[in-house]
Design a protein around this ligand. Structure first.
Ligand SMILES: *[C@@H]1O[C@H](CO)[C@@H](O)[C@H](O)[C@H]1NC(C)=O
Length: 310
């Protein structure tokens, strides 16, 4: 076991590595989710026609810089989210297991599920302002704009502008759907990952190693994307608004479905999948590696009395 700080750093590095690779798809996803908002299919102009068209159009007009808008914010968000996940998951799981079972080593699917969701939700709440600014930076485009165009130079400038105009409330706009979204995602990510891993070992005789991690995280990524996308769309739209276009997340769902049809909830789904699949795979596989490295580093640098406690 690494120390909590060690796991935080190792997990953070893994997540940021994954974010760098997949951020471009996230930018396309947000623009797809916002385009044609509250318009019927007939009147909606489709500036971005899908994942690959979106990537192409953005690179052509705005360069790689266009795809990577808001990357700094994405790093801060990932560190916050994953810090909370790593920091809260095991302690919560242990505490609940010890409270409910005599034997503290029991693996309860329900407890794992709950702890995954709870730690994700805490992280999402803590990181929501960064996700908000990230979303606004990513929807900004000098060429094919969708959504309100906010002129933020970076994360800090965004925070300052939002805080001075709307206060804390403005920074926490959309925190509700953000928590639901991540709660849905986290509640299925770890359990489906470990579930798939156990099945693959049991039925296909696969052994611990890269191929097993890759397959398990692909399976988990598919499930995560399906449950997470609808609240993700609502979140993007709540984050976009500066006024009070929607009175609540429910109002957003209701009016979106009413004017654009039920499938509007799945706008940008393939871009999300294109982001989530490599993201889950990269994060989980990178984390296995960074954790190993961190353990070695800690073995070397920590004083013996601290090591004894691990
Ligand atoms: C974004 O929010 C603004 C209000 O701030 C709203 O007028 C607009 O319709 C929203 N969506 C898009 C795609 O611009």
């Amino acid at each position: 076991m690494s120390t909590t700080t060690g796991s935080f750093i190792a997990g953070g590095i893994a997540a940021c590595g994954a974010v760098t690779v997949t951020h471009g798809f996230e930018t396309v996803k947000i623009r797809l989710q916002l385009q044609g908002e509250l318009q019927s299919k007939k009147e909606a102009v489709r500036l971005y026609k899908g994942v690959f068209h979106g990537v192409g159009v953005i690179v052509k007009n705005e360069g790689l810089k266009g795809l990577l808008r808001g990357l700094g914010c994405a790093y801060i968000y990932q560190m916050t989210l994953n810090g909370c996940r790593l920091g809260f998951y095991e302690p919560l799981r242990n505490a609940l297991t010890n409270a409910i079972y005599e034997d503290g080593t029991v693996q309860s699917f329900g407890i794992n599920l709950f702890s995954g969701a709870a730690s994700g939700i805490i992280g999402a709440a803590a990181g929501s302002p960064f996700f908000l600014i990230k979303t606004r930076l990513q929807s900004f485009s000098p060429f094919l704009p969708v959504g309100t165009q906010h002129h933020y130079k970076n994360a800090l400038d965004g925070m300052r502008q939002i805080y001075s105009a709307e206060g804390i409330k403005g920074l926490y706009r959309g925190v509700g759907p953000a928590m639901v979204r991540t709660g849905f995602g986290s509640s299925v990510q770890l359990p489906t990952y470990f579930f798939a891993k156990r099945r693959l070992v049991k039925h296909f005789g696969m052994q611990e190693g890269m191929p097993l991690h890759l397959l398990s995280s692909t399976a988990s990524g598919f499930v995560v994307c399906c449950v997470m996308h609808p609240p993700d769309t609502v979140m993007s739209r709540m984050y976009n608004q500066t006024g009070n276009l929607y009175s609540s997340a429910f109002d957003c769902v209701y009016r979106t479905v009413k004017s654009e049809g039920i499938l509007a909830m799945y706008k940008g789904y393939f871009a999300h999948l294109a982001r989530i699949l490599p993201h889950t795979i990269l994060t989980l596989t990178l984390a296995e590696q960074t954790m190993k490295i961190m353990k070695k580093v800690e073995n070397r640098i920590l004083p013996p009395e601290l090591k004894a406690k691990l």
